[in-house]
Design a protein around this ligand. Sequence first.
Ligand SMILES: [Zn+2]
Ligand SMILES: [Zn+2]
Length: 106
Amino acid sequence: MPYAPPRLCPRHGPFTGSRCPACSKMEDRARGSRHVRGYDAEWVKLRAAHLAKHPACAVCGTTAGVDVDHVQSIREAPHRRLDPMNLRTLCRLHHNRKTHGGRHTP
Ligand SMILES: [Zn+2]
Ligand SMILES: [Zn+2]
């Protein structure tokens, strides 16, 4: 095996291998938090599909200013974030009312 001299990471100093292990760990963590935050391309697509199928507010039936709401919040049920059964259309008013008020009651 050829001898590989240690390389120098500008942030973490010398390391062996092709990448600084500390840097790749940091990048993994950044990628993870971006995923957890939740509003990615998949969600945008699912949201649009839901709005096409259910254009009106599930509570009052208006189509003005519709939002797609998670029936069970992402915090409560992260695994249901992209579950079509966990979505419902809400108008701005009812979405705000839910977000700032009670959890499940419209
Ligand atoms: Zn590094
Ligand atoms: Zn409404």
